[in-house]
Design a protein around this ligand. Structure first.
Ligand code: BGC
Length: 764
């Protein structure tokens, strides 16, 4: 038996929390603070430009320059107008959206995404990059889901940490957003989000907590919405109690743009900087109004000091001020290395949903004439979506990717297939100026679905079908655009727009070799999925997305992406809508509690289209030799039988090691690649309570590892499961509690493809 490569050991959920030992700049901070006038301090705590604060030149304190966003560094804006400056020096690398990054299930690549983002932000002269967005995908209808990672808090926590670290390597602050429970766009500034303490602790907080405690993020952004009656950006419960007191966060908290509504609340909360979408900067709540209240003795100056302290501390960390100023790293943008990194991430984000009879990969040598059909084959997406829009240096479309892959030897014929009435050619930036005043509720109407097809639609469809009949292979590339995946509103249906379903059915009928590629930012209904032999799903995958799609279709890349969210069955409903409420204007109730995504579907055994963790490979993987052994305490440090710790970082604690962080079991499994090409598999570990008095999900992801295995070879993957993997949040005790009893430890290739399981009994 061939064994190549090192075995891997991964510490799963419950890896002891790193209590950040932040560098001590306190003396310097106090010295500077003591020299600042009240007016100067006020200038530092609110926007003095759309994306900057005021400098204090006399003390060499620069402005703080911030920029969106998660898919690259946004174009340059005029200081006091929602207008791109229109220069040619702000084109940047366009990165895969967070949903794509999460689909890689690859910590290293999440780190790479962060590195590119941080380096380019620094290269563009920014101090804070307003990313990553990590809100929970509570419903597939949320318009901003493409900016977020997953429905699973553990997966998010594992990916956000390297991403934040990657960004901050360049002396740029990550700004993890939007804290918290910002999982819908409808009435986003005013909707009151009602969430139980348990759901917050188990589902909505862990990603942010990991970013703070393990990732050491220098900053965080508050959410627009209210949470249990308080505006998140000025919530004492959320910012003071949770973030500062419970998690010990001493970095900078910025509001979402226009998320502050009251001067006193803002002053008394742990918010540090108020940003807004309006240009009258002195009218911000933490500007003149606050100055007057402090002067009148209505608000203590010490509250302002606390904010400035946090900002100065972050500036020291970023080497913007202080003795290390000359050591601040310089960045760059549009480097070849960054373009390569972006391609690497895109490749691993490709999710092969279906591949009957091994129709994929296609063999270029056996193909003479290919029809590429569908507007998404030829569309650019980088310039849309809201604040995540990017002025990309370039964007390879799937059509270009396919053509450059086939190198002129195969005839590639393109047909749009469907019509997009009133298709916008460029992003409209002015939406943001109105975004805090106007009602952004309604997603655009899909005229094709609602009414009669347009003249163009009829023509395009007929042309596409005729072409499909002539070609030996059809690659359909459809999906969504940022008219649907967008900030400001939620989707109203999962049906593909512009009559795509009917077109796909027709193509499948005339040419059974039709491969369907869906390029989108969120799940879509696939009523034709039984008839399509192969379905490839790609989230907006950045400037090299088209290259990665082509390479996957033609087998240069062996797909290894896995769904980080459930694709619900056609006509199916999600618990956010059926148990809780979603997209209401005044109040949404998260009554489904912790039963989000697969936690719900798998517990009630509901039919889904494609389950959480699903994604096929051109290789096959066999799982064998599962073993579970009680852990020895020393394995908490990630060393086990001389085996690599799989990148587990050294963990510092404040000396208090709770049972939650103590290793309980070592789990091992051997995975063999029985296919004929090298491939990557994501080995997933779920913990399933057999009986629970606590209304827990039937199983939860508690560890995973992505391993690359050569054909015919195998690897043993080891995991350490700590007490936390067996815990739930007890609202009576206000803490996580390990529940005694019988559990199954499940190992599988997706949440519904469990290959091996073993029972254990936990004595808490
Ligand atoms: C978005 C934030 C973004 C900010 C600045 C807001 O509309 O919600 O995510 O960072 O604008 O553009």
């Amino acid at each position: 038996m061939k064994r190549v490569g090192m075995d891997v050991c991964r510490q799963g959920e419950g890896a002891r929390i790193q209590i950040m030992k932040m560098e001590a700049y306190e003396t310097e901070v106090e010295e500077l603070l003591g020299q600042l006038t009240l007016e100067e301090k006020i200038g530092m705590i609110h926007g003095a430009g759309l994306f900057r604060t005021e400098a204090v030149e006399r003390l060499s304190i620069p402005p703080l320059f911030m920029s969106d966003g998660p898919m690259g560094v946004r174009a340059e804006f005029a200081d006091n107008e929602w207008r791109n400056t229109g220069t040619t020096d702000d084109f940047v690398s366009y990165l895969p959206c967070n949903s794509a990054v999460a689909s890689t299930w690859n910590r290293e690549l999440a780190g790479k995404e962060g590195e590119v983002l941080g380096e380019e932000a620094r290269g563009r002269g920014k101090d804070v990059i307003l990313a990553p967005g990590i809100n929970i995908k509570r419903s597939p209808y949320c318009g901003r889901n493409f900016e977020y990672m997953s429905e699973d808090p553990y997966l998010i926590s594992e990916l956000v940490v390297p991403m934040v670290e990657g960004i901050q390597k360049s002396d740029v602050a990550a700004c993890v957003k939007h804290f918290a429970a910002n999982s819908q766009e409808t009435e986003r500034l005013w909707v009151d989000t009602i969430v139980s303490e348990r759901a917050l602790q188990e589902i909505y907080f862990p990603g942010f907590k990991a970013a703070v405690e393990k990732g050491g993020t220098y900053s965080l952004m508050g959410a627009y919405n209210l949470l249990n009656g308080e505006h998140c950006c000025t919530s004492r419960k959320l910012l003071n109690k949770v973030l500062r007191e419970a998690w010990g966060f001493d970095g900078m908290i910025v509001s979402d743009w226009g998320g502050v509504h009251d001067t006193v609340l803002a002053a008394e909360s742990a918010l540090d900087i108020e940003m807004d979408t309006t240009y009258d900067f002195d009218k911000h709540h933490m500007a003149d109004a606050l100055l007057e209240k402090v002067r009148a003795g209505e608000i203590a100056e010490s509250l302002v000091d606390e904010k400035v302290r946090n900002i100065l501390r972050m500036m020291f960390r970023l080497k913007m001020i202080g003795g290390k100023k000359n050591e601040r790293k310089s960045g760059t943008y549009n480097s070849r290395e960054n373009q390569d990194a972006v391609l690497k991430i895109a490749r691993e984000s490709m999710i092969l949903l279906k591949n009957e009879n091994g129709v994929l990969p296609l063999d270029a040598k056996k193909t003479k004439k290919i029809a590429v059909i569908g507007q998404n084959a030829a569309s650019i997406h980088s310039n849309g979506g809201g604040s995540a829009e990017i002025k990309a240096l370039y964007e390879i479309t799937p059509l270009m990717g396919i053509k450059k892959m086939l190198g002129g030897n195969v005839k590639v014929c393109y047909a749009p297939g469907y019509d997009i009435p009133g298709k916008k050619e460029t992003g409209d930036v002015n939406w943001q100026a109105d975004s805090t005043t106007k009602n952004w509720d309604e997603a655009p109407e899909d005229t094709e679905v609602k009414g009669a097809p347009t003249e163009n639609a009829v023509k395009y469809r007929a042309e596409a079908v005729a072409l499909a009949k002539e070609c030996d292979t059809v690659i359909y590339v459809g999906g969504l655009t940022h008219d649907f995946d967008s900030e400001g509103y939620d989707r109203t249906e999962l049906t593909l727009p512009y009559g795509q379903d009917a077109l796909i059915e027709e193509l499948l009928a005339v040419n059974s070799n039709t491969i369907v590629v869906i390029y989108a930012g969120s799940p879509v209904a696939m009523p034709w999925k039984e008839r399509a032999k192969a379905i490839l799903f790609s989230y907006y995958a950045g400037m090299e997305g088209g290259t990665a799609i082509a390479e996957t279709l033609f087998g240069k890349v062996n797909p290894s992406g896995k769904l980080a969210e459930t694709f619900i069955a056609d006509g199916g409903q999600c618990p956010a809508h059926t148990i809780g409420t979603f997209a209401e204007k005044e109040r949404v109730e998260y009554r489904e509690g912790v039963m989000v995504g697969y936690r719900h579907y798998d517990t009630v055994n509901e039919n889904v289209a494609f389950c959480f963790g699903h994604g096929l490979s051109y290789s096959r993987f066999e799982y064998k030799y599962m073993s579970v052994t009680p852990a020895r305490a020393q394995t908490a440090h990630g060393e086990s039988d001389g085996v690599s710790s799989g990148g587990q970082r050294d963990v510092e604690t404040d000396g208090v090691q709770t049972a939650l962080e103590l290793p309980l079991y070592e789990v091992a499994v051997t995975v063999k690649n029985t296919g004929d090409r090298a491939g990557k598999e994501v080995v997933q570990v779920y913990v399933a309570p057999k009986t629970s008095a606590q209304g827990r999900p039937c199983h939860e992801l508690r560890a995973f590892e992505k391993v690359e295995i050569e054909p015919g070879c195998e690897k043993t993957v080891k995991f350490v499961l700590c007490g936390r993997a067996f815990s739930y949040y007890d609202e009576g005790q206000h803490e996580f509690v390990i529940e005694k009893g019988a559990y199954d430890i499940e190992i599988g290739s997706s949440s519904r493809d469990i290959r091996l399981r073993q029972g254990v009994t936990v004595f808490a």
